[in-house]
Ligand binder design. Sequence first.
Ligand SMILES: Nc1ncnc2c1ncn2[C@@H]1O[C@H](COP(=O)(O)OP(=O)(O)O)[C@@H](O)[C@H]1O
Ligand SMILES: [Mg+2]
Length: 321
Amino acid sequence: MSRADFSADLPPELIPLVTGSVLNEGRATVVVDAARIEEAKRAGVEDAIKRAISARSDVEEVRVVMTAERKGPLIIAVGSGKGGVGKSTLTANLAIALAKGGVKVGLVDADIYGPSQPVIFGTQGVKTQGLDNKPAPIESKYGVPHLSMGHLVAPGKALAWRGPMASGAISQLIEAHWSKDIEVLLVDLPPGTGDVQLTMIQKFKPAGAVLVSTPQDLALIDAARAGQLFDTAGVPVIGLVENMSGYACPSCGEVSDPFGAGGVEAAAGRLELPFLGRIPLDMAIRQGSDAGEPPAAGEGPMAAPFNAIAERLQAWISAKS
Ligand SMILES: Nc1ncnc2c1ncn2[C@@H]1O[C@H](COP(=O)(O)OP(=O)(O)O)[C@@H](O)[C@H]1O
Ligand SMILES: [Mg+2]
């Protein structure tokens, strides 16, 4: 089998649509980027390519493959083994830091049982406007359009949802009316390895996952388990983040380690995964989150650890696209 160049045989307007071709014992296979062709014109293009190439004396048969690759945003899942480790806090602040760095980013709050993004972004009580039967993301003053179960149904309504209902909900959020220029969709997953995570992985296969853990042993073990789920599904773990890492006393400034510190970096080393950075335990982070004023949006020292992690994530994204 060898690569073939059929540009001399094709009408000039079709040449840019072809992304690859091979010729093997008289059988030509031509790969076409379907995303560049209106749906109604695809059959016509296929016929035209077949006609043009079968005119060659060395070709007996032509196969046209339309790559229907979903040309949507890059999906990056933020997961954790345990709840309460700061996954939602990290996702929101990373999204804001990425947006400040010029990335067009949207955020999906996939924690349908315990949505927290409406509180963090200060958009609680805002209801989504539907467009073409799809929910529209909520704009925020932080440059990050986001969408949560909390914007779709009354609080507490989703609590009884299991299985298909939960999976349907997550699809609605991801397939919402995201603006065409969104490059990256950060997804705040619920903790653990349940239905929503499985739907996420099977239906939307994220480009990568960020795992958050506190330095505590149990949280670390659970994080490793969550990492395994992504790994098995072929979703690369972009790296680990240590949250609530060391506590700076607001009055005396002395740094103590309520949950230990450095455990996540050590675990990343053992698991041979990149370590993306640490975020200290700081009252100001909790207060900002509760007040709809995420720290990454400000210029204070609390933005720095989020900016540092966002820079590493941005490097990964650039290498990817
Ligand atoms: N680094 C931190 N310092 C102080 N409080 C934090 C920090 N990270 C998270 N929190 C607080 O801890 C609680 C749980 O965080 P959250 O992001 O909701 O966790 P998860 O999404 O993993 O359940 C929230 O009240 C949040 O404001
Ligand atoms: Mg959460």
